[in-house]
Design a protein around this ligand. Structure first.
Ligand code: SF4
Length: 249
Protein backbone atom coordinates (compact mmCIF):
# COMPACT_ATOMS: atom_id res chain seq x y z
CA UNK A 1 0.00 0.00 0.00
CA UNK A 2 1.44 3.43 -0.90
CA UNK A 3 1.78 5.98 1.91
CA UNK A 4 -0.97 8.60 1.88
CA UNK A 5 1.52 11.44 1.61
CA UNK A 6 4.54 12.20 -0.59
CA UNK A 7 7.68 13.85 0.76
CA UNK A 8 9.93 15.97 -1.41
CA UNK A 9 13.22 17.81 -0.72
CA UNK A 10 13.72 20.63 -3.17
CA UNK A 11 16.83 22.71 -3.73
CA UNK A 12 15.72 26.33 -3.89
CA UNK A 13 17.69 29.32 -5.13
CA UNK A 14 16.08 32.74 -5.47
CA UNK A 15 18.43 33.73 -8.29
CA UNK A 16 21.85 33.10 -9.83
CA UNK A 17 23.72 34.83 -6.98
CA UNK A 18 21.45 33.75 -4.11
CA UNK A 19 22.61 31.00 -1.73
CA UNK A 20 20.95 27.59 -2.29
CA UNK A 21 18.64 26.29 0.44
CA UNK A 22 16.78 22.97 0.73
CA UNK A 23 13.09 22.97 1.59
CA UNK A 24 11.01 19.93 2.45
CA UNK A 25 7.36 19.46 1.50
CA UNK A 26 4.74 16.83 2.30
CA UNK A 27 1.69 16.63 0.07
CA UNK A 28 -1.28 14.24 -0.24
CA UNK A 29 -0.59 11.14 -2.33
CA UNK A 30 -2.64 10.50 -5.45
CA UNK A 31 -2.36 7.39 -7.62
CA UNK A 32 -0.20 7.73 -10.77
CA UNK A 33 1.19 11.14 -9.84
CA UNK A 34 4.46 12.21 -11.40
CA UNK A 35 6.96 14.83 -10.22
CA UNK A 36 5.30 17.61 -12.25
CA UNK A 37 1.95 16.86 -10.62
CA UNK A 38 3.67 16.99 -7.22
CA UNK A 39 5.22 20.38 -8.07
CA UNK A 40 1.85 21.64 -9.24
CA UNK A 41 0.22 20.48 -5.98
CA UNK A 42 2.90 22.33 -4.01
CA UNK A 43 2.24 25.44 -6.15
CA UNK A 44 -1.42 25.37 -5.05
CA UNK A 45 -0.35 25.55 -1.42
CA UNK A 46 3.33 26.51 -1.05
CA UNK A 47 3.84 25.62 2.60
CA UNK A 48 6.85 23.63 3.82
CA UNK A 49 6.59 20.40 5.78
CA UNK A 50 7.08 22.30 9.03
CA UNK A 51 4.17 24.64 8.21
CA UNK A 52 6.10 27.68 6.96
CA UNK A 53 4.61 29.55 3.96
CA UNK A 54 7.18 29.90 1.20
CA UNK A 55 7.48 31.24 -2.34
CA UNK A 56 6.20 29.33 -5.38
CA UNK A 57 8.79 26.96 -6.86
CA UNK A 58 10.04 27.92 -10.33
CA UNK A 59 10.31 25.07 -12.84
CA UNK A 60 9.68 24.50 -16.53
CA UNK A 61 7.23 22.02 -18.04
CA UNK A 62 5.14 21.91 -21.15
CA UNK A 63 4.09 18.76 -23.02
CA UNK A 64 4.01 16.34 -20.04
CA UNK A 65 4.77 13.42 -22.39
CA UNK A 66 8.58 13.51 -22.72
CA UNK A 67 8.56 15.36 -26.01
CA UNK A 68 9.40 19.00 -25.25
CA UNK A 69 12.44 18.40 -23.01
CA UNK A 70 11.58 21.37 -20.78
CA UNK A 71 11.17 19.58 -17.43
CA UNK A 72 14.68 18.08 -17.23
CA UNK A 73 16.02 18.20 -13.66
CA UNK A 74 18.03 16.08 -11.26
CA UNK A 75 15.67 13.69 -9.48
CA UNK A 76 17.11 11.57 -6.67
CA UNK A 77 20.56 12.31 -8.08
CA UNK A 78 19.77 11.40 -11.68
CA UNK A 79 19.19 13.76 -14.62
CA UNK A 80 15.81 12.91 -16.16
CA UNK A 81 12.42 14.29 -17.20
CA UNK A 82 10.07 15.14 -14.34
CA UNK A 83 6.98 14.27 -16.40
CA UNK A 84 7.96 10.60 -16.70
CA UNK A 85 9.32 10.34 -13.14
CA UNK A 86 6.48 8.50 -11.40
CA UNK A 87 6.23 9.06 -7.66
CA UNK A 88 5.37 5.37 -7.08
CA UNK A 89 8.78 4.40 -8.44
CA UNK A 90 10.87 6.95 -6.54
CA UNK A 91 12.45 6.60 -3.14
CA UNK A 92 11.24 9.23 -0.68
CA UNK A 93 11.93 11.93 0.22
CA UNK A 94 12.23 12.67 -3.48
CA UNK A 95 15.09 15.09 -4.00
CA UNK A 96 14.81 17.65 -6.79
CA UNK A 97 17.69 19.82 -8.02
CA UNK A 98 18.16 21.90 -11.16
CA UNK A 99 20.49 20.73 -13.94
CA UNK A 100 23.97 21.90 -12.91
CA UNK A 101 25.62 22.42 -16.31
CA UNK A 102 23.44 25.35 -17.36
CA UNK A 103 23.23 28.81 -15.75
CA UNK A 104 20.71 28.94 -12.93
CA UNK A 105 17.67 31.19 -13.33
CA UNK A 106 15.69 30.28 -10.24
CA UNK A 107 14.95 27.11 -8.23
CA UNK A 108 14.58 24.25 -10.77
CA UNK A 109 14.66 26.53 -13.81
CA UNK A 110 17.89 26.87 -15.81
CA UNK A 111 18.91 28.69 -18.97
CA UNK A 112 19.58 26.15 -21.76
CA UNK A 113 20.44 28.86 -24.33
CA UNK A 114 23.93 27.43 -24.90
CA UNK A 115 22.41 24.22 -26.24
CA UNK A 116 20.15 26.11 -28.65
CA UNK A 117 22.97 28.46 -29.71
CA UNK A 118 25.20 25.46 -30.40
CA UNK A 119 22.43 23.92 -32.56
CA UNK A 120 22.43 27.19 -34.52
CA UNK A 121 26.23 27.09 -34.71
CA UNK A 122 26.14 23.71 -36.52
CA UNK A 123 23.15 24.65 -38.71
CA UNK A 124 20.98 21.87 -37.28
CA UNK A 125 18.24 22.19 -39.86
CA UNK A 126 17.38 21.36 -43.49
CA UNK A 127 17.81 24.51 -45.63
CA UNK A 128 14.59 24.84 -47.66
CA UNK A 129 13.80 28.57 -47.46
CA UNK A 130 12.86 29.90 -50.91
CA UNK A 131 12.82 26.45 -52.54
CA UNK A 132 9.05 25.87 -52.67
CA UNK A 133 8.79 26.70 -56.39
CA UNK A 134 11.53 24.19 -57.23
CA UNK A 135 9.24 21.23 -56.56
CA UNK A 136 9.97 18.26 -54.36
CA UNK A 137 13.53 17.70 -53.22
CA UNK A 138 15.63 14.55 -53.49
CA UNK A 139 14.17 11.48 -51.80
CA UNK A 140 15.76 9.84 -48.79
CA UNK A 141 16.33 6.11 -49.11
CA UNK A 142 14.46 3.81 -46.69
CA UNK A 143 17.85 2.69 -45.33
CA UNK A 144 18.81 6.29 -44.51
CA UNK A 145 15.34 6.94 -43.07
CA UNK A 146 15.81 3.99 -40.74
CA UNK A 147 19.19 5.30 -39.63
CA UNK A 148 17.87 8.86 -39.23
CA UNK A 149 14.73 8.13 -37.22
CA UNK A 150 16.41 7.20 -33.91
CA UNK A 151 18.68 10.25 -34.26
CA UNK A 152 15.68 12.53 -34.81
CA UNK A 153 14.12 11.69 -31.43
CA UNK A 154 16.25 14.25 -29.55
CA UNK A 155 14.10 16.52 -27.36
CA UNK A 156 16.95 18.92 -26.41
CA UNK A 157 16.47 18.14 -22.74
CA UNK A 158 20.16 18.43 -21.90
CA UNK A 159 20.37 15.28 -19.77
CA UNK A 160 23.31 14.03 -21.85
CA UNK A 161 25.12 17.31 -21.16
CA UNK A 162 24.42 17.18 -17.43
CA UNK A 163 26.36 13.90 -17.13
CA UNK A 164 29.20 14.84 -19.49
CA UNK A 165 32.46 15.73 -17.66
CA UNK A 166 33.59 17.76 -20.68
CA UNK A 167 30.50 19.99 -20.69
CA UNK A 168 31.38 22.72 -18.22
CA UNK A 169 32.22 26.39 -17.86
CA UNK A 170 35.94 25.76 -18.58
CA UNK A 171 35.29 24.55 -22.14
CA UNK A 172 32.98 25.51 -24.96
CA UNK A 173 32.27 21.86 -25.83
CA UNK A 174 29.00 21.47 -27.74
CA UNK A 175 28.24 17.99 -26.35
CA UNK A 176 26.68 14.79 -27.64
CA UNK A 177 23.21 16.15 -28.46
CA UNK A 178 24.59 18.67 -30.94
CA UNK A 179 27.03 16.21 -32.54
CA UNK A 180 24.13 13.80 -32.99
CA UNK A 181 22.17 16.50 -34.83
CA UNK A 182 25.14 17.03 -37.16
CA UNK A 183 24.99 13.32 -38.01
CA UNK A 184 21.21 13.53 -38.53
CA UNK A 185 21.24 16.54 -40.87
CA UNK A 186 24.36 15.40 -42.77
CA UNK A 187 22.39 12.25 -43.59
CA UNK A 188 19.51 14.18 -45.13
CA UNK A 189 19.70 14.56 -48.94
CA UNK A 190 18.94 18.30 -48.74
CA UNK A 191 20.53 18.82 -45.33
CA UNK A 192 23.82 17.67 -46.85
CA UNK A 193 24.15 21.11 -48.45
CA UNK A 194 25.49 22.36 -45.10
CA UNK A 195 27.66 19.29 -44.42
CA UNK A 196 31.00 21.10 -44.80
CA UNK A 197 29.85 24.10 -42.74
CA UNK A 198 28.58 21.79 -39.97
CA UNK A 199 31.86 19.89 -39.82
CA UNK A 200 33.83 23.15 -39.88
CA UNK A 201 31.75 24.32 -36.90
CA UNK A 202 32.84 21.20 -35.01
CA UNK A 203 36.56 21.91 -35.41
CA UNK A 204 38.39 24.25 -33.04
CA UNK A 205 37.35 25.23 -29.51
CA UNK A 206 34.25 23.38 -28.35
CA UNK A 207 34.40 20.95 -31.25
CA UNK A 208 34.16 17.19 -31.43
CA UNK A 209 37.81 16.72 -30.40
CA UNK A 210 36.83 17.80 -26.88
CA UNK A 211 34.78 14.64 -26.33
CA UNK A 212 36.54 12.63 -23.62
CA UNK A 213 34.70 9.34 -24.40
CA UNK A 214 33.25 9.04 -20.89
CA UNK A 215 30.15 7.52 -22.58
CA UNK A 216 27.82 8.80 -19.84
CA UNK A 217 25.67 10.60 -22.42
CA UNK A 218 24.28 7.47 -24.03
CA UNK A 219 23.15 6.08 -20.66
CA UNK A 220 21.40 9.33 -19.66
CA UNK A 221 19.42 9.85 -22.87
CA UNK A 222 15.67 9.28 -22.28
CA UNK A 223 15.17 8.68 -25.99
CA UNK A 224 17.76 5.89 -26.35
CA UNK A 225 19.65 7.79 -29.02
CA UNK A 226 22.88 5.99 -29.97
CA UNK A 227 24.98 9.00 -29.00
CA UNK A 228 28.38 7.29 -28.90
CA UNK A 229 27.72 5.84 -32.38
CA UNK A 230 26.86 9.37 -33.54
CA UNK A 231 30.09 10.79 -32.12
CA UNK A 232 32.10 8.01 -33.84
CA UNK A 233 30.22 8.54 -37.13
CA UNK A 234 30.80 12.31 -37.11
CA UNK A 235 34.46 11.73 -36.20
CA UNK A 236 34.79 9.57 -39.34
CA UNK A 237 33.12 12.29 -41.41
CA UNK A 238 35.50 14.82 -39.88
CA UNK A 239 38.62 12.84 -40.86
CA UNK A 240 37.47 12.69 -44.50
CA UNK A 241 36.47 16.35 -44.43
CA UNK A 242 39.82 17.54 -43.05
CA UNK A 243 41.81 15.33 -45.46
CA UNK A 244 39.73 16.72 -48.32
CA UNK A 245 40.51 20.27 -47.23
CA UNK A 246 44.21 19.50 -46.83
CA UNK A 247 44.32 18.03 -50.34
CA UNK A 248 42.35 21.00 -51.73
CA UNK A 249 39.28 18.91 -52.70
S1 SF4 B 1 20.54 13.46 -27.02
FE1 SF4 B 1 19.08 12.52 -25.55
S2 SF4 B 1 19.73 13.32 -23.52
FE2 SF4 B 1 20.74 14.60 -25.08
S3 SF4 B 1 19.39 16.36 -25.34
FE3 SF4 B 1 18.76 14.84 -26.89
S4 SF4 B 1 17.15 13.61 -25.92
FE4 SF4 B 1 18.17 14.76 -24.27
Amino acid sequence: MPANTVRLRIKRQAGPQAPPVWEEFEIPYRPHMNVIVALRDIAENPVTRDGRPTSTIAYEANCLEEVCGACAMVINGRARQACTALVDRLEQPISLEPLHRFPMIRDLQVDRSKLFNDLRRVKAWVPIDGTYALGSGPRQSPQDQEQAYPLSRCISCGNCLEVCPQYNTRTDYVGAAVINQVRLFNLHPTGKMHRAARLDALTGPGGIQECGYAENCVKACPKDIPLTDSIAAVNRQMVGHLWGKALGR
